[in-house]
Write a protein that binds this ligand. Structure first.
Ligand SMILES: *Cc1c(COP(=O)(O)O)cnc(C)c1O
Length: 289
């Protein structure tokens, strides 16, 4: 692996594609930064931050989008599409531009304009829908059936979700083929949170890292925290949030597909899932910056 070029395709054998795609963006191999001033202020001896803003469209969504786009090309699908809370819009538009497919991006109409313009700049057709992300998602299910387009996070979801495993592969590689004691990650649908865990499992299965316990701690915005609420209540039944109310738009999924698995992961590893108030998140953004 270390003799291969940087990027997610260096872990090809662990990903659900047959060969590295002929065209793709330079996704992955982002830095794992030692936050040795921030860590102690939080009471943490050793803290690393995986800076996935260094990806081509500025978020980790380039990882799942790259896998889904590669499969869409293998399947010969006519277009790439997605339902997005924000970052997937740009990632889908960029991935489609890279592989030469048209992109259709469906978003809640009140999404931040910067994210809309981001997707437009890659040449995507952006379709604002009057409703929440969950409304957009339901509509896209029907459109997927009618058009046969590859919806990155809907009918291509099994491939999309696997992309987040590369976060775990890279973290382990950066730590000298070891796993961390604790993983702290945000939860929207729960796909990333649960697939990072699977990534470490797979590395242990093939003997690249020693199998050690990892505590999984998830974060949601208090204004849309169905998974944190279920964790707190000691159940894995997710009560959907109908009207998300938070500045953390990219996590505002009221009815998260992988919610029950995220609760189970936090519980079985001795972790937790926290609901974070927006003013706390705003302060944390400044601390990290
Ligand atoms: C999409 C996203 C997540 C997590 O999404 P999942 O649906 O849980 O995989 C986390 N943070 C940001 C900024 C995102 O855009």
């Amino acid at each position: 692996i270390t003799s291969r070029a940087p990027g997610i395709w260096r872990y090809l054998e662990l990903l659900p594609v047959d060969a590295p795609p002929a065209r793709s963006l330079a996704v992955g191999s982002t830095p794992l930064i030692a936050a040795d001033r921030l860590g102690p202020t939080l009471g943490v001896d050793r803290l690393w931050i995986k800076d996935d803003t260094r990806n081509p469209s500025l978020s980790f969504k380039d990882r799942p989008a790259a896998i889904a786009a590669a499969r869409a090309v293998e399947f010969g699908l006519p277009a790439l599409a997605c339902a997005s809370t924000g970052n997937l819009a740009g990632a889908t538009a960029a991935a489609a531009a890279a592989v030469g497919l048209p992109a259709y991006v469906f978003i809640p109409a009140d999404l931040e304009t910067a994210k809309v313009e981001h997707a437009l700049s890659y040449g995507a057709t952006v379709v604002p829908i009057d409703g929440t992300y969950d409304d957009v998602n339901r509509l896209c299910l029907e459109i997927a059936d009618e058009t046969g387009w590859g919806f990155i996070n809907i009918n291509l979801r099994p491939f999309y979700a696997e992309g987040s495993k590369t976060l775990a592969y890279e973290i382990a590689e950066s730590l000298g083929w070891r796993s961390p004691d604790v993983v702290v990650a945000p939860i929207a649908s729960g796909a990333m949170f649960t697939r990072v865990a699977r990534g470490f499992e797979e590395l242990a299965d093939i003997g690249l890292i020693e199998r050690r316990p990892i505590r999984f701690v998830g974060g949601q915005a208090a204004g849309c925290a169905p998974v944190a609420t279920a964790f707190e209540a000691g159940t894995d039944v997710i009560e959907p949030v109908r009207e998300p109310d938070t500045i953390v738009r990219s996590l505002a999924i009221g009815n998260p597909a992988d919610g029950p698995y995220a609760v189970e992961l936090a519980r079985s590893t001795g972790g937790s899932i926290e609901a974070i108030a927006d003013h706390v998140t705003a302060a944390a953004i400044r601390d990290v910056a």
